[in-house]
Design a protein around this ligand. Structure first.
Ligand code: SAM
Ligand code: DTB
Ligand code: SF4
Length: 320
């Protein structure tokens, strides 16, 4: 099967043309690219844990953890979890079949000191369980990225979330460029990049294409690309956004697969609201990783039993 040369010179228009293709052509192309670059019928299970919940100083309109919406969401702020509790949770995720463990903190940025040292300890612990480790801690500097690398971190998650043009409609407390600067530190430290975004916040298809364009023009491509459908949490400014149509998710995943052939594309938040068939179409479109376990960070995810049933039904092998 022919392998496609990796490109880093996409225009948003190129990407939009792919995104808007007739659905069957899009699916066929995405599945063809997928088969040329990845083991067929294989899925990675990644488990998520919120290691430090709520009270975040950023004002991301979609996020239940922002202190700006705390009165309306009623979300309780919690301190950083003890290392042992996190590692118990990682071991449970591993026993249930997950090979990647992602830890999220509601921080604007990493601060040096005991909290960060505790996170480094968590990373070392997850590493010693033989799992891929991923953290998402907000912005960081080069020294902090280097220390995470030394602790054995596999991946750093930092999403672009949306296009640079739509960004200011959603977040005012940090800039798009600051997101890119953090990704640059992660890359320079030799940690793999996990970066994607969210659909369903009121952005246009052009904004979606722009976000994917910027991700695909990173060289190398992010190793992992999470595509989230907005989980419209009551009390957040985006609470009344209509649910994302699952076919829009399929288009987004297929486009990401085609323009970033080697990346792991993760069908991320929001799939709980999709019927089983739509989730399968997302996998057919090139998603080869899901968040697995009953909770994302603060909101619910699909039941693990249902996911296992779906994996069996589709004849998928779980990546180890
Ligand atoms: N505070 C860090 C940051 O923003 O980089 C890490 C945690 S933050 C919760 C990680 C990502 O979760 C966000 O960038 C966003 O893409 C995603 N996310 C948060 N709330 C979401 C929601 N309600 N629906 C879909 N995705 C969401
Ligand atoms: C990502 O792209 N999605 C995850 C993970 N990276 C950190 C987070 C989804 C959060 C959904 C809302 C919540 O549960 O709080
Ligand atoms: Fe804070 Fe991250 Fe939520 Fe934004 S997405 S409010 S930075 S936890």
């Amino acid at each position: 099967m022919t392998k496609i040369t990796l490109r880093h010179d996409w225009t948003a228009e190129d990407v939009l043309v792919i995104h808007d293709k007739p659905l069957m052509d899009l699916l066929y192309e995405a599945q063809t690219v997928h088969r040329a670059h990845h083991e067929n019928n294989t899925i990675q299970l990644a488990s998520l844990l919120s290691i430090k919940t709520g009270g975040c100083p950023e004002d991301c309109g979609y996020c239940p953890q922002s202190a700006h919406h705390a009165k309306e969401t009623g979300l309780k702020k919690e301190p950083l979890m003890p290392v042992n509790d996190v590692l118990t949770s990682a071991q449970k995720a591993k026993d249930a079949g997950a090979s990647r463990f992602c830890m999220g903190a509601a921080w604007r940025q990493v601060k040096d000191g005991p909290g960060f040292d505790q996170v480094l300890e968590m990373v070392r612990g997850v590493d010693s369980l033989g799992m891929e480790s991923c953290v998402t801690l907000g912005m960081l500097n080069q020294d902090q990225a280097d220390r995470l690398k030394k602790a054995g971190l596999t991946a750093y998650n930092h999403n672009l979330d949306t296009s640079p043009e739509f960004y200011s409609h959603i977040i005012s407390t940090r800039t798009f460029q600051e997101r890119l600067d953090t990704l640059d530190c992660v890359r320079k430290a030799g940690i793999t990049i996990c970066s994607g975004g969210i659909i369903g916040m009121g952005e246009s298809n052009y904004d979606r294409a722009r976000m994917l364009q910027i991700l695909a023009n990173l060289d190398p491509h992010p190793e992992s690309v999470p595509i989230n459908a907005l989980v419209a949490v009551p009390g957040t400014p985006l609470a009344s956004r209509p649910p994302v149509d699952s076919i829009e998710m399929v288009r987004m995943i297929a486009t990401a697969r085609i323009i970033m052939p080697r990346s792991r594309v993760r069908l991320s938040a929001g799939r709980k609201c999709f019927p089983k068939e739509a989730q399968i179409l997302c996998l057919m479109a090139g998603a080869n990783s899901i968040f697995y376990g009953e909770k994302l960070l603060t909101t619910g995810n699909n039941d693990a039993d249902e996911d296992i049933a779906l994996i069996r039904e589709a004849g998928l092998k779980v990546a180890v």
